[in-house]
Design a protein around this ligand. Structure first.
Ligand SMILES: *Cc1c(COP(=O)(O)O)cnc(C)c1O
Length: 375
């Protein structure tokens, strides 16, 4: 069976974890966490990066930093993972869902401005499949209406928009290092902070509302409770695992990109024959081969293809029941305008196996997809 996903492993993870164990220093914010933070800051050119326990938690931190309050509205796509909405709903805000563009499956930037009300506090673009949203338009709207931009860049590590790292364009950017993502620490994530004046509060929120980070740096002689916060810092064991992969980030990137390109080349014909639709990468975007998806005619054809692939030893998946159709989405959100593409396009989409080391399996999978349409 060809798995849909295998979590990345590059070889030094064991050695680094052992180092942590030998030092008996396994709590958060040790040497490996610092190395990961610095790597992320260097790579994304952002003022501060802080590892977190997940992307969900990074987004919760961003909601706290943005002072989201009950009754506020936050604009986001409905075609996304639940965490995008959860972080704001937990603060009492309403999720306002906007339709997606069918080419990238990202929020349609042209519909955002109409959805802004006097309660709107933030826009949360989700960079689906590591392909950037139209960030110039989004940051322009945010500036004019004084809104925060919180990028859900869970899938966007190593991706760029007009030469800028995803996650480093808005006020806050949220990365995921979950097992299913390009770089992994099991469960984990990071928050990127653009404005230096936000750093101190972010450190406080992440450390249970205390100024412990300042204390460790010797800037104060005792630490105390100064704000509302939580425990958002991961263990050194996880950070050590991740650091091994960040060191090999380019190698993982190249390997995935090769598989992605192989799929694309082999499936181009089917697109020309109008049997499937392949992903669109706008020219201002550099993606990271997080995902290879195709779109088929409809839900029925998708179910058939998934079963056909399964019979051929291939595991393929779909995802995201649009949030506005989910029970919690109905309670905590509303869809602005017409659902032209969100539901329809989500039902057509199928994700093919994609992971570091997929290798020749990509060819086999592409051949089987072709075989399905040639039956
Ligand atoms: C994976 C993912 C998340 C959640 O990441 P965790 O690290 O598991 O919390 C959030 N948003 C999107 C778009 C994702 O793909």
């Amino acid at each position: 069976m060809i798995s849909f996903n295998i979590s990345p492993y590059v070889g030094k993870e064991n050695e680094y974890i052992e180092e942590v164990i030998k030092k008996r220093k396994i709590c958060g914010d040790g040497e490996f966490t610092k190395k990961c933070n610095e790597w992320l800051e260097e790579k994304t050119k952002t003022a501060k990066a802080l590892l977190t326990t997940s992307c969900t938690h990074a987004t919760e931190m961003a909601a706290l930093l943005s002072d989201i309050k009950p009754g506020d509205e936050v604009i986001m796509p409905s075609y996304t993972f639940v965490s995008t909405a959860d972080a704001f709903v937990l603060r009492g805000a309403k999720a306002v869902f906007v339709d997606i563009r069918p080419d990238t499956m990202n929020i349609d930037e042209k519909l955002i401005e109409e959805a802004v009300t006097d309660k709107t506090k933030a826009i949360v673009p989700v960079h689906y499949a590591g392909v950037a949203c139209e960030m110039d338009t989004i940051t322009d709207i945010a500036k004019r209406y004084n809104l925060k931009v919180i990028e859900d860049a869970a899938q966007g590590v190593m991706s760029e928009y007009k030469g800028k790292a995803l996650g480093a364009i808005g006020d806050y950017g949220c990365y995921s290092f979950h097992e299913t993502k390009n770089y992994s620490m099991g469960e984990g994530g990071a928050i990127l902070i653009k404005n230096p004046e936000d750093i101190e509060r972010a450190e406080i929120i992440r450390e249970k509302g205390t100024n412990r980070s300042k204390f460790y740096r010797g800037q104060i002689d005792k630490y105390t409770w100064v704000d509302a916060g939580s425990s958002y810092l991961p263990s050194e064991l996880n950070a050590a695992y991740l650091y091994a992969q960040l060191e090999e980030a380019e190698k993982i990137y190249d390997d995935r990109m090769n598989s992605w390109n192989r799929y694309y080349e082999m499936l181009k014909d089917l697109e020309q024959q109008e049997k499937i639709v392949l992903p669109t990468i706008p020219k201002e975007c550099k993606h990271n081969a997080h995902m290879f998806y195709i779109k088929v005619k409809d839900l029925e054809e998708r179910t058939e293809l998934i079963n056909f692939l399964k019979d051929n030893g291939i595991s393929s998946v779909f995802h995201y029941i649009p949030l506005h159709s989910a029970p919690a989405g109905k309670e905590y959100g509303r869809f602005y305008g017409e659902d032209k593409f969100t539901t329809k396009e989500s039902e057509r989409l199928i994700r093919l196996p994609m992971y570091y080391g997929l290798g020749n399996n990509a060819e086999y999978v592409a051949e089987k997809v072709k075989a399905y349409f040639e039956r």
